[in-house]
Write a protein that binds this ligand. Structure first.
Ligand code: ASP
Length: 333
């Protein structure tokens, strides 16, 4: 039995949480009804393939190397996004991410595999690679999300090193920001933001990862969509995967990535599903123009699509068909 399942089963029974009668009551001979992904015609799938939000070409290149050498999708997305976490010049992910209002650099990340296993860390400080801690949460504990100090303590127990996540540049910017302390959720149309990555390996299996320092100068303790399974990232190996960037609060309100995967299950293409996802958000925000969201999706065939609120969002795609940075269409012109 896999270690994770073993821990789960043994911890449940040891705690006396699952009685024999409960198990008997849950036992059923009929298969649960889940809408099949039969509406997605199985064609000659493009694989391996990797896509990521924005133009993070070093990260995509790294993931592509893993896939090309026969590695699995889970390793590819972890290795890929780690490149951005380590890049100090990227001020929205990992080391060098901008701090909250109180001067704490707090990171959020999650990862999800082909079997629906997932792990996440939220509001974690002093660790450069939250995505790898999220993977450890997934593989070494019976839990899914660890937060704050608990996540950091777990990371040290797993051998991660303590590191100051501030850089000279972000410290200076923060000191400057303190002079006015003006907080606003500005539209970010730059090529530097949350990295969400989706990959399909040679076996046709899908995995995804998402990592961020969240909104700059956020209220201390704030957590966005990026580490929330279903919001910032969702994978269903029968159907495809989706990930998000932009104002996390709006993505959470529609459980954006889960919504997009379910829309693909119902037969929409990745492009159509991303468009519908943004439209759902805009329906709740009629006339509002002060925020950006970008969705990215891939289906089991390796077809990809993206859509955003304002022009500017792009995604990077690597496959045998080429390496491209794709501009996506937007809700507002
Ligand atoms: N989605 C991230 C958050 O809300 C930030 C971003 O992508 O800009 O934390």
């Amino acid at each position: 039995m896999e270690r994770r399942k073993f821990i789960k089963n043994s911890s449940l029974s040891a705690a006396g949480l699952v009685s024999a009668s409960t198990l008997a009551a849950c036992k059923t001979d009929t298969k649960p009804e889940v809408a099949p992904a039969s509406t997605i015609p199985v064609q000659t799938a493009v694989k391996p393939i990797v896509v990521c939000t924005w133009n993070f070409f070093n990260a995509t290149e790294k993931a592509w190397e893993v896939l090309k050498s026969g590695g699995n999708a889970l390793d590819a997305v972890e290795q890929g996004v780690r490149v951005e976490e380590a890049d100090e010049t990227n001020e929205t992910v990992g080391k060098g991410g901008r701090p909250d209002r109180d001067g704490n650099v707090t990171l959020d990340a999650c990862i999800m595999d082909k079997d629906g296993n997932c792990g996440s860390v939220v509001c974690m400080q002093n660790i450069v690679h939250p995505v790898s801690v999220a993977r450890k949460v997934m593989e070494e504990t019976p839990h899914i999300i660890l937060a704050g100090k608990g996540a950091e303590k777990f990371a040290y127990e797993q051998g991660f090193k303590k590191e100051d996540l501030f850089t000279e540049s972000t410290r200076k910017q923060y000191e400057e920001w303190l002079k006015t302390s003006k907080y606003e959720t500005t539209i970010n149309i730059e090529n530097h933001d949350t990295i969400g990555m989706l990959a399909i390996d040679d076996n046709g299996d899908i995995a995804g990862a998402c990592t961020t320092s969240g909104m700059a100068y956020k209220v201390a303790g704030r957590v966005g969509d990026s580490p929330i399974i279903g919001a910032g990232l969702f994978i269903d190996n029968e159907v495809g995967g989706a990930t998000a960037t932009g104002v996390g609060e709006e993505v959470i309100r529609t459980v954006g990535s889960f919504l997009i995967v379910e829309l693909m299950r119902q037969g929409k293409s990745p492009q159509e599903a991303c468009e519908e996802g943004v439209k759902r958000i805009m329906k709740k925000n009629e006339g509002r123009k002060d925020f950006q969201i970008g969705f990215l999706a891939i289906n089991k065939n390796g077809e990809t699509g993206g859509y955003c609120v304002h022009p500017g969002f792009t995604y990077r795609e690597y496959s045998e068909n080429g390496h491209e940075n794709r501009e996506v269409t937007s809700f507002y012109e």
